[in-house]
Structure formats: structure tokens, C-alpha cells
Design a protein around this ligand. Structure first.
Ligand code: LLP
Length: 463
């Protein structure tokens, strides 16, 4: 649709580019359920509610900026993944997306396992009572101390990421009188269609061991010879925010080929494969994420078919969704501060957070949407850039979006789909205080990660 078809359209048509920015939505008050947590809606007074509570009340009680996480949506998504994969497979939530003790308890209650990639994540998991055998430990450079601890507590698996680590983990386990279950992470050579920094299955990067050139087969050869480890399977994670199942299918096919080679060479059928995480979510109305059932069926079918063709028993499949579970369940609530109209250029709406609570726009050119949530407005749409309060012009929260042109300081706006990789990648840049995470459920809201305070900052600064 051409821009001129919108007489009530944006103020600064010259900065428009393409896609969903080219035209404002018909009604800015309507919340697209694709990008908002399930219990979010707008009530008759015009205010947005989550879990039955108005955001205006939440802002009064918890302040802004703050992340509000829809607990029932989180739990429902856990159940959907567990149901889709069924009892014959395992779902590991990727804790790097967002981890807290409450989250660990929800995962435990909903029957999910947990993927951790640092001693800090392992601490959180164990402290909140996740049984060690339901934990997978990842990372391309686990420290000796981390490995020792993971082995000692008996994590269900360590995912080995290099030739050196194969030997390192085996030695440590032997020293501790244990035999550690491990998988080997391979890079399958798939170019996932996503941002370069979050693609992980091409060969020129730091993760895993390449299938190409027989490297992964050599890794298996070495692992099978060592006494401190028990090789239970092969792992592949191709990247993040991926919508196209083709990359996963190629990955599954290549991993099964490796299982067949291992069987032929060693007479051993490895019982498990892990196909990683990386399933995309809707950040804007243009994104169309896959349903977990569709994903489970596609992966299950391809693995079964390839195994049948290779004469292998179908291995137990596991997956590691992080973003697809937590991403859509939260939004960030901000208060609007300064609004600057740069004539002929752009309108900047500044909020009380920014790149310290959401680095993804600056780092990956990520796209988000935004809505006025403290009231309804029927004013005409204006194209804006939502920016933070940090001393950097790259401090952008939402690059281009439409908000009502009567937007004013003190209004509350919210950015949906910030559950994954926002709080977990938050920083103290400019000594910003990292926002709280508030879980909302059935009319009740409770802080699960509290807001940082000036005392927290000063406590670490020992003078
Ligand atoms: N498994 C492994 C081995 C991983 O490395 C990752 C993500 C996941 C699972 C979960 O991926 P997910 O389903 O959440 O996409 N900070 C970036 C994403 C980095 C992901 C790193 N690994 C972002 O904000 O997009």
C-alpha cells in the first residue's frame, strides 16, 4: 500500500522505509495478540491490563521502567512445549533467555528441564531446587571450577564444545570418581537466516566441533575412548530467532548421518540427539512464529525418517527453547519523558530506560513494537523513534513505530515481547539501576527480581 494512501498517516513520511512502518495500523488502540502476553488486553476505560491488573496500578506500585511477566502464559507455553514433544522427548528451557528462582520453580512444576551455561545459572537452578539430573551444562569455555562443580552435583549432561574439553571433563570426572554423561556439540554447516551474531551453525565461529572434515567423528572417537565420560549423544544448535524449519531439518539430517557413521565405525548407537533452541517469536505483527506442535512434528518426522533410512533406532530427541517460551510472556513498561519533534526528520520519544534494559535493538538491529498503554487515544498516528536516557545516540529501544500524536510526558508506553534476552542482558551503563521483573497472575503481582538500588551500586564499589 502506498504511503499517500494514508491521509491520516505519519508526520515524517520521508523517514519511512518499508514493511510495517510504511503504514500505521488501522487502530493504534488494538493490541496484536501475536506480540503481547496472553492475558494482556485493553479494558473499557482504555487502560491495558495484564493478569487482570491495570498497568497504571502496576506502575504506581512497582515504578518504571519494569518488566511485567505473565506467569500463566509462561506456564502455558512450558506445557505446550512439553505436550508437543511428549514423554518420549525432553524440553530443556534455555536459562540464558531469562532465569530467576521463580522461573526455575515454574519449570520444575511444569515438567521442563533446564539448560544452563555458567556457574551463575547453575547456582540459581540448584538453589531453586531444580534436580541436577534435569540440568544440561553448556558453554564454549567452561572453567575448570564450573566443570568440577557440575560434575560434583551430578548434572544430567555436560555438552562438550571442543577437543580440549573432551579431555578436561573426562579427567575432572575421573579425579572426582565419577563418570559424567556428555553430549558433543557439533556445527552442522547450516547458514541460519538470522543476525550474524546469533547464528551458530556455520563453521567460522567459536561454538562446537565441525562435522566437516571429519572433526566431529574424530571427537566421538576420542570421547568413546575416555573413562571419565559417557557419550550419550550429539548436540546441534543452529542459531536464534529462526522461522524457517529448513535449517533444523538439515541439522537433524546431518546429526543422524553422524549417528550412522558412529554406529558403522564403533558398533555403538548413541541414544540421544539435541537439536538446540532458536525458534523465532513475534516481535512485530510481521512475524509468524511456528506452533510447538508443528515444530515437534517436523523434527520428529525428519529424525524418524532419516533413522529408518539409516537402519538406526530413533534416538531420544531434546530441544532447548528459551526465547520461544519466555520472550512473548513479558513486556517492558516505560514512562514517557521528553518528546522532540525534529521538523522534517523524526520524532524522538524518550523513555526512562533504554539500552541498559534492552540492548537488542542496538546490538542486533532488533525490531520491536510499542503501544500507549495508560489510556486510549484516537489521535492520528505519528511515526516515532523510542529512545532511552543513556549517553549514546545508539540508545534506541524501538527504531520506528507509530504512537498517537497526542502522546505526552507522563504517559505509559509498553514494549511487548521483551521476556527473552532483555533482563538477562541488562547492564548498569551510566549506573542505571536494572529494572525489576514482576510476575503477574490472576490479579496478583509480585516482584521476582527486585529493582536495583543505589545501595546495590555502592555496595559493589568498595572505594
Ligand atoms: N541452546 C543453546 C546451545 C544456545 O546457545 C541457545 C542460545 C539456546 C539453546 C536458546 O536459544 P533461543 O531458543 O532462546 O533462541 N542474545 C541473543 C540470543 C543469543 C542466544 C544464545 N544461545 C538475542 O537476544 O537474540
Amino acid at each position: 500500500m502506498s504511503r499517500s494512501a494514508h491521509p491520516a498517516g505519519p508526520r515524517h513520511a520521508d523517514v519511512l522505509t518499508e514493511g510495517h512502518y510504511a503504514a500505521p495500523p488501522a487502530d493504534l488502540n488494538v493490541l496484536d495478540e501475536k506480540v503481547w502476553a496472553r492475558t494482556v488486553s485493553r479494558n473499557d476505560d482504555g487502560a491495558v491490563t495484564v493478569g487482570g491488573i491495570e498497568v497504571t496500578r502496576l506502575a504506581e506500585e512497582f515504578g518504571t521502567p519494569a518488566y511485567f511477566l505473565d506467569e500463566s502464559d509462561f506456564r502455558a507455553r512450558c506445557r505446550a512445549w512439553a505436550d508437543a514433544f511428549g514423554p518420549g522427548a525432553d524440553v530443556f528451557y534455555a536459562g540464558k533467555a531469562f532465569l530467576s528462582r521463580a522461573v526455575v520453580r515454574w519449570l520444575k512444576e511444569e515438567g521442563l528441564n533446564l539448560d544452563v551455561c555458567s556457574g551463575g545459572e547453575l547456582t540459581t537452578a540448584l538453589d531453586a531446587g531444580m534436580p541436577a539430573e534435569r540440568i544440561a551444562f553448556h558453554g564454549n569455555n567452561k572453567t575448570v571450577a564450573e566443570i568440577e562443580w557440575a560434575v560434583q552435583v551430578g548434572v544430567g549432561r555436560i555438552v562438550l564444545d571442543s577437543f580440549q574439553e573432551i579431555v578436561r571433563v573426562s579427567h575432572i570426572a575421573q579425579r572426582l570418581g565419577k563418570r559424567q554423561r556428555v553430549q558433543i556439540r557439533v556445527t552442522v554447516g547450516v547458514e541460519a537466516h538470522t543476525h550474524e551474531f546469533i547464528a551458530t551453525a556455520h563453521e567460522d565461529q567459536k561454538f562446537g566441533i565441525a562435522l566437516a572434515g571429519g572433526q566431529a567423528a574424530e571427537a566421538v572417537r576420542r570421547a568413546l575412548r575416555l573413562d571419565g565420560i559417557e557419550l550419550i549423544g550429539i548436540h546441534s544448535h543452529i542459531g536464534s530467532q529462526i522461522f524457517d524449519m529448513a535449517g533444523f531439518e538439515v541439522s537433524a539430517r546431518r546429526v543422524v548421518q553422524l549417528l550412522a557413521e558412529v554406529r558403522d565405525e564403533h558398533g555403538v548407537e548413541l541414544p540421544e540427539i539435541d537439536l538446540g533452541g532458536g525458534l523465532g517469536i513475534a516481535y512485530t505483527s510481521d512475524d509468524d512464529p511456528r506452533d510447538p506442535h508443528e515444530i515437534a512434528k517436523a523434527l520428529g518426522d525428519i529424525v524418524t525418517r532419516e533413522c529408518e533410512a539409516a537402519g538406526l533406532a530413533t534416538p531420544r530427541i531434546s530441544v532447548e527453547p528459551g526465547r520461544a517460551i519466555v520472550g512473548p510472556t513479558a513486556f517492558t513498561l516505560y514512562e514517557v519523558g521528553t518528546i522532540k519533534h525534529l521538523e522534517g526528520l523524526r520524532t524522538y520519544v524518550s523513555v526512562d530506560g533504554g539500552m541498559s534494559d534492552n540492548i537488542r535493538t542496538a546490538l542486533y538491529d532488533a525490531e520491536y513494537s510499542v503501544a500507549l498503554v495508560s489510556r486510549r487515544s484516537d489521535a492520528e498516528p505519528m511515526l516515532v523513534r523510542v529512545v532511552g536516557k543513556h549517553c549514546e545516540s545508539g540508545d534506541i529501544v524501538v527504531k520506528d513505530a507509530f504512537l498517537p500524536s497526542d502522546l505526552a510526558p507522563g504517559d505509559l508506553i509498553a514494549v511487548p515481547a521483551t521476556g527473552a534476552y532483555c533482563r538477562s542482558m541488562a547492564s548498569n551503563y551510566n549506573h542505571a539501576l536494572r529494572p525489576p521483573v514482576v510476575a503477574v497472575r490472576d490479579g496478583e503481582a509480585r516482584v521476582i527480581v527486585r529493582r536495583e538500588t543505589e545501595e546495590d551500586l555502592l555496595r559493589l564499589d568498595v572505594g
